[in-house]
Design a protein around this ligand. Structure first.
Ligand SMILES: NC(=O)c1ccc[n+]([C@@H]2O[C@H](COP(=O)([O-])OP(=O)(O)OC[C@H]3O[C@@H](n4cnc5c(N)ncnc54)[C@H](O)[C@@H]3O)[C@@H](O)[C@H]2O)c1
Length: 260
């Protein structure tokens, strides 16, 4: 088992990509805190994943934009399980508008969840990792960490920002054995994407089928969505390879949508 008895915190893990990452880590023996805004869903996910094992899960109520909640949640995990080895900063939302119509409060809300969330969780876990002499910090970026799309100014800005944060964590953390990397998936069929399909169809005046085939998958090599399992496999690689050889990197998995 690649993560036997490793202690991980995955934010936004009640569903979607975060849940799949937690499931993969637990299959490799990790103990995973399912940190999410939605405690009811997080508890249900933790119960399901613990039943599968061989690792285990606990649910932690956490709004990643709230410093006190982040600090309390991380302290709870460290106290109950004895430290933190892996952070997957994954919680995120999508809001689409043209720039000239983008409400400022929605811009700030999106940036706060992606960037304040990544910063606050990183700040809270690093002392625990430094104490143990190592750790892995993994940010859920996107092809939109590298590419732009219309309507997604806030999301593209936030996802580009995560690359910068990861590189600083890689530099500051190296002396303590802490690596930081970014996963950059293409479109993955989760509730976050399902919500965008009708929104984009309306905004761009095209059919929902065209949003999927032309906008989301049009640039891929095979017209396929990236899957949550594929993203989880890359998270496992970043979590399990305990070497500074692999730090400060951003890995794109997008069925060839982005190639550089
Ligand atoms: N789905 C995709 O196509 C795709 C592609 C690239 C990157 N991503 C990124 O992957 C991550 C997960 O996306 P997903 O598709 O699984 O989304 P999702 O909507 O299925 O799940 C997001 C989870 O985050 C939680 N969350 C939202 N705000 C939170 C907050 N303030 N504090 C704590 N938890 C919060 C939600 O409760 C939910 O459980 C996001 O960062 C997203 O930007 C998604």
């Amino acid at each position: 088992m690649k993560l036997k008895d490793k202690i991980a915190i995955v934010t936004g893990a009640a569903q979607g990509i975060g849940e799949a990452v937690a499931r993969r880590f637990i299959a490799e023996g990790a103990w995973v805190a399912i940190a999410d805004l939605n405690l009811k869903e997080a508890s249900a996910t933790a119960e399901t994943l613990t039943a599968v094992g061989p690792g285990k899960a606990m649910a932690v109520a956490m709004n990643v934009t709230d410093e006190a909640q982040v600090n309390q949640g991380v302290a709870q995990v460290a106290a109950v399980w004895g430290g933190v080895d892996i952070l997957v900063s994954n919680a995120g939302i999508q809001i689409v508008h043209r720039i000239e119509e983008f409400p400022f409060n929605e811009w700030k809300r999106l940036l706060s969840i992606h960037l304040d969330g990544a910063f606050l969780t990183t700040k809270a876990v690093l002392p625990h990792m430094y104490k143990k002499g190592g750790g892995a910090v993994i940010y859920m970026g996107s092809v939109h960490s590298k590419e732009a799309s219309p309507l997604k100014s806030a999301y593209v800005t936030a996802k580009h920002g995560l690359l910068g944060l990861a590189r600083v964590v890689a530099k500051e953390g190296a002396a303590h054995g802490v690596r930081a990397n970014v996963i950059c998936p293409g479109f993955v069929r989760t509730p976050l994407v399902d919500k965008q399909i009708p929104e984009q169809a309306k905004e761009l005046c095209i059919s929902e089928d065209d949003v999927v085939k032309k906008i989301m998958l049009g640039e891929t090599v095979d017209g396929e969505f990236t899957t949550v399992e594929e993203v989880a496999e890359v998270a496992l690689l970043f979590a399990g390879l305990e070497a500074n050889a692999l730090t400060g990197q951003a890995m794109v998995l997008s069925h060839g949508w982005y190639m550089k």
